[in-house]
Write a protein that binds this ligand. Structure first.
Ligand code: MN
Length: 357
């Protein structure tokens, strides 16, 4: 098992690479989507939360992530002893009609194939994605964590409709509205996922890239009137069975899974680890379940984290653990302190388990 850190687009610089290396990381998971671009209600410096207008403006639909740009990041990280283990999330600008089943779907599936080929050519082995219409939306921010540390949570369902032009919680049109996102049934959304996997998985396999699915965050059956796919742990099995392929993998978010209302997290982790389907792990902790939960410090939530590490170790999991989110610590560098605390805890667990047979 490797220790890694997730970095947002604006953090892909030497100072953040050095910070990761200093905390004992050997891997990074990087975001290339700029969630904070032109965003009024989305404060930079922590994970994006936004408001009912979403996060920021999506990227340039005609500018795909090219191999040269990716190789530059790989080389700069390597200079700090870090591998790029995965890219997290596609840009809604590149795949909104894949999610919506819209008129540019065929064109955008080709774009995704090009991106996957470029990622493989740069030697990056994984892309995490979240097949979702509303995206990560409907969460609140408050002094929820230990010592009144600022963290993210949910305080009841959020069913305000999604305005037209907002997809995956980012603005893909020049302005939002008039009107709303077209309606979609759960069956239609599963069918769209199947179309995506059928088109892109063969290219991923040929490119040496795995596609790793994040569960829904927050894991409600619906958010903002749109259906969700993986809002119970057992629904991950449906996603696995939908497209048998070694490249069809999971971005295993412990926090989101623990926020779900059914199934046993430890049994599910056994099952998915045993199947070899866990690409990498979002190693974070929570208290409560949807629609009322709070993110916590990694040692302070309801998940028995050492037990999770023991299960992964027993199934010879070789991938990366990253903190995902951490509460902001009260000091001059709230994000850094929160991450350093999580990484120190994780490093201790990994050193301890490495001594087990
Ligand atoms: Mn996550």
């Amino acid at each position: 098992m490797k220790l890694g850190l997730g970095l947002y687009r604006h953090q892909l610089d030497d100072a953040h690479f050095q910070f990761a290396a200093q905390a004992g990381c050997t891997a990074l998971v990087i975001h290339l989507v700029d969630y904070f671009n032109q965003a009024k209600g989305n404060k930079i410096g922590d994970q994006p939360t936004g408001d009912l207008h979403g996060w920021g403006r999506a990227g340039d639909p005609d500018r795909l992530w090219d191999t040269e740009m990716l190789q530059d990041i790989v080389a700069r990280a390597k200079g700090h002893g870090l591998e790029i283990a995965a890219i997290e999330n596609f840009d809604p600008a590149h795949w909104h009609d894949v999610l919506l089943d819209g008129p540019r779907k065929a064109e955008q599936l080709e774009k995704l194939k090009t991106i996957v080929r470029n990622v493989g050519a740069a030697g990056i082995p994984c892309i995490g994605y979240n097949f979702s219409l509303a995206g990560v939306a409907g969460r609140t921010r408050g002094t929820y964590a230990r010592g009144r540390a600022e963290a993210v949570g949910m305080e009841g369902p959020v069913d305000d409709p999604v305005p037209a032009g907002l997809v995956w919680n980012m603005q893909v049109a020049d302005k939002l509205g008039p009107g709303q996102m077209p309606p979609c049934t759960p069956e239609q959304l599963w069918s769209r996922l199947q179309d995506f996997l059928a088109a892109v998985l063969p290219v991923a396999e040929a490119s040496g890239v795995t596609l790793a699915a994040h569960p829904d965050d927050p894991p409600m059956p619906t958010i903002r009137g749109t259906p969700r796919l993986v809002y119970q742990p057992s629904l991950y099995q449906k996603l696995i069975d939908l497209a048998p392929s070694p490249a069809n993998q999971l971005e295993y978010c412990l926090g989101s899974l623990a926020e779900m209302t059914e199934d046993n997290l430890y049994d599910c982790t056994e099952s998915y680890a045993q199947q070899g389907k866990i690409a990498y792990v979002h190693f974070r902790n929570v208290r409560g379940k949807v629609p009322h939960y709070k993110e916590t410090f990694v040692d302070d939530g309801e998940i028995d984290m050492p037990r999770i590490v023991e299960i992964l170790h027993r199934h010879n999991f070789q991938g990366v653990l990253i903190p995902d989110h951490a509460p902001q610590m009260t000091c001059g560098a709230p994000w850094h302190a929160g991450m350093a605390f999580a990484l120190g805890y994780m490093r201790a667990l990994l050193q301890t388990i490495a001594k087990q047979p």
